[in-house]
Design a protein around this ligand. Structure first.
Ligand code: NAD
Ligand code: MG
Length: 390
């Protein structure tokens, strides 16, 4: 029996995780569920999975959840606040932590879980963008297993040699081919991108996801964040990570070897596949995902990304090469920019403009400690807010 904490259980990845877990009650037990403020959904999840702990960030939501839990006679302890996230991510009884909070807020509890030696199922890519070096150091020091949930990285993990230890050359790997759907604006001309709405940006052609990652997919910042994620996960230099636009989203990514072989992982675009893979690794379990019908898909297309229409992709490669606090600055500026776009305070094409302005204003620094990253994150958010209200 594997005992789990699900950080961000009310989100898109959190719900898919619980869907897979519910199919295997003999294998997985939920010890803790967490959410920011959705107490109604969290209560329903508590009724179904009977965890020992439920965590919410907002006081009023905690209060409502506590009352309902008491009224229903459930034995769930309700905890409130960010310190509780770290507590449930590091409980001695927990074997694995699904890191499915969105944004930089997911980093501290995920890092704490890695330091505590938990098996990490990593959906929160911002952890690696913000604190890749510290996080990977913690994984190696504690001996934690790290399984990528992001579909591309899960595909790369599956296509690398079993036991790959971070040495591309020794493994005969020449390149990582990171596929991208191209998002809802893959063919939208630049002049129209200025006027696109949050609703259009969130209408992804192949994947149903949370709003932040949906906007990131539309700007292709998601792919940029994934380039940085791949760098840390697989110890791959920026030059060895190539983005390939593949609109069908069936090939989830590929690994190219020195002998000319290219290995890929395919499947329907449904996050329950990588989630089930990571939960059961090295075994395989059923996920509820429909089998792939190649005759229905009929063909695969591949095109090079358009760096001119999607400047966020360039910004991410630049941030990876710059290193230090630059990726953290970029990530924070992007989070503020996406939130402002969703609130209709800025236009879609202002997202890369705002990020560039923040990177021009807040100086890059070297990273020694977690505090250096948290300071950079805060400074970038502050500069981004100034840019918006300028
Ligand atoms: P979502 O918005 O649907 O859910 C986010 C979850 O985090 C919710 O449970 C929410 O309550 C919680 N949360 C939000 N802000 C929080 C905060 N400040 N503190 C604590 N909890 C907070 O997001 P999602 O689409 O499920 O994405 C989650 C993560 O997984 C993201 O990092 C995303 O990039 C990554 N990811 C998602 C998908 C996908 O298909 N949705 C695919 C690959 C990677
Ligand atoms: Mg992805």
């Amino acid at each position: 029996m594997q005992r789990l904490t699900v950080l961000g259980s009310t989100g898109s990845i959190g719900k898919s995780t619980l869907d897979v877990v519910a199919r295997h009650p003999d294998k997985y037990q939920i010890l803790a569920l967490t959410a920011q403020q959705q107490d109604e959904l969290l209560f329903a999840q508590c009724q179904q999975f009977k965890p020992r702990f439920a965590v919410l960030l907002e006081e009023a939501a905690c209060e409502r959840l506590s009352q309902r839990i008491a009224a229903a006679g459930l034995e769930v302890e309700v905890l409130c606040g960010t310190a509780a996230l770290e507590r449930v991510a590091t409980l001695p009884e927990v074997d694995a932590v699904m890191a499915a909070i969105v944004g930089a807020a997911g980093m501290p509890p995920t890092l704490a879980a890695a330091r505590a030696g938990k098996k990490i199922l990593l959906a929160n890519k911002e952890t690696l963008v913000l604190a890749g070096h510290l996080f990977m150091e913690a994984i190696h020091a504690s001996g934690s297993a790290l399984l990528p949930i992001d579909s591309e990285h899960n595909a790369i993990f599956q296509s690398l040699p079993r036991g790959y230890a971070g040495d591309m050359r020794a493994s005969g790997v020449s390149k990582i081919l990171l596929t991208a759907s191209g998002g809802p604006f893959r063919n939208t001309p630049l002049e129209q991108l200025q006027h696109v709405t949050p609703e259009q940006a969130c209408a992804h052609p192949n994947w149903s996801m949370g709003r932040k990652i949906s906007v990131d997919s539309a700007s292709m910042m998601n792919k940029g964040l994934e380039v940085i994620e791949a760098h840390w996960l697989f110890n791959a230099p920026a030059d060895a990570i190539q983005v390939v636009v593949h609109p069908q989203s069936v090939i989830h990514s590929m690994v190219q070897y020195v002998d000319g072989s290219v290995l890929a992982q395919l499947g329907n675009p449904d996050m329950r596949t990588p989630i089930a893979y990571a939960l059961a690794y090295p075994e395989r379990i059923e996920s509820g995902v429909a089998p792939l019908d190649l005759f229905q898909i009929a063909k695969f297309d591949f095109v090079a990304p358009d760096f001119a229409r999607f400047p966020c992709l360039t910004l991410a490669y630049q941030a990876l090469r710059a290193g230090g606090t630059t990726p953290a600055l970029m990530n924070a500026a992007n989070e503020i920019a996406v939130a402002a776009f969703l609130e209709r305070q800025i236009a879609f094409l202002d997202i890369p403009r705002l990020i560039e302005a923040v990177l021009g204003k807040v100086a890059r620094a070297e990273v020694q400690t977690l505090q250096d990253l948290l300071d950079a994150d805060a400074a970038a958010r502050c500069a981004a807010q100034e840019w918006i209200t300028r």
